[in-house]
Design a protein around this ligand. Structure first.
Ligand SMILES: Cc1ncc(COP(=O)(O)OP(=O)(O)O)c(N)n1
Ligand SMILES: Cc1ncsc1CCOP(=O)(O)O
Ligand SMILES: [Mg+2]
Length: 236
């Protein structure tokens, strides 16, 4: 989920040339768990991952203590590793460290990204909630975040939200900065196109996948067209 390193660019001269000319990888899906899960959830996650490419999965369980989340995480983290999906822990740097997660997502009240970096090291992805704020996003970038997240773009039943950015904040960000940006909040396959076209590097989605009437596999598959048919704007 991070920018390409010099080593990666050096490995593929054709890719490096495209990158220099403003090539931007296509927008990808970032799946967020439901706020509560049961033991059968691992099968639902497997079905979702069968529906199409998912770049990252965030375990976002609310109202559970850390030991319970750690127990729930085990089979899900294993599945993500098997499917080459980055496993991200929400809220807790300590839990991300304990589990050896690929990343942690921090809201504005979840701790300082600089402290997280000191604890987790350079390889763990750190994402930061920036609501509708250009200022918060620039601060997060300076603090060493690997991505910034804007939202909620649309009404959502998954979380009480107070901020409603315009898609143009994504275009503003991608025009000025290389750091990837995530769009979140009420995103469905039907309303995602303006976010992809504006420059979102990732769509973070929960309800549209887990509540899809035909199941989570169909929920992920529904995004394939919108991700493929809206080419991203050139990067900064
Ligand atoms: C990718 C992504 N973006 C934003 C959030 C929201 O984080 P936060 O503001 O800390 O709220 P909670 O998710 O903790 O309720 C997120 N989790 N993931
Ligand atoms: C965690 C979070 N942060 C802002 S909106 C949101 C909920 C995302 O879930 P959904 O895709 O169901 O709106
Ligand atoms: Mg949080």
């Amino acid at each position: 989920m991070t920018d390409f390193t010099d080593e990666e660019l050096a490995l593929d001269p054709q890719f490096a040339a495209q990158f220099e000319q403003g090539f931007r990888p296509a927008c990808q899906l970032y799946l967020i768990s439901p706020p509560a899960i049961d033991a059968a959830f691992v099968d639902r996650l497997a079905a979702a991952l069968d529906g199409g490419r998912v770049a990252a999965f965030q375990l976002r369980l609310k109202g559970m203590d850390e030991d319970e989340v750690a127990r729930a995480a085990e089979p899900l983290q294993k599945l993500c590793a098997e499917r080459d999906v980055a496993f991200i822990i929400n809220d807790s740097v300590a839990l991300a460290q304990r589990l050896g997660a690929d990343g942690v997502h921090l809201g504005q009240g979840d701790g300082d990204p600089k402290d997280a970096r000191k604890l987790l090291g350079p390889k763990v992805q750190i994402g930061v909630t920036c609501h509708d704020s250009r200022h918060l996003a620039m601060e997060a970038g300076e603090a060493g975040a690997d991505y910034v997240a804007f939202g909620a773009f649309y009404p959502t039943m998954t979380k009480d939200t107070m901020h409603r950015p315009e898609p143009s904040i994504l275009g503003w960000w991608t025009t000025l900065f290389e750091l990837p940006c995530v769009a979140i909040g009420g995103i469905t396959a039907d309303n995602a196109a303006p976010l992809v076209a504006a420059g979102a590097d990732f769509l973070a989605v929960s309800g549209a996948v887990w509540n899809h009437p035909a199941g989570p596999r169909a929920g992920v598959a529904a995004f394939a067209d919108v991700l493929a048919s809206n080419p991203p704007p050139p990067r900064a």
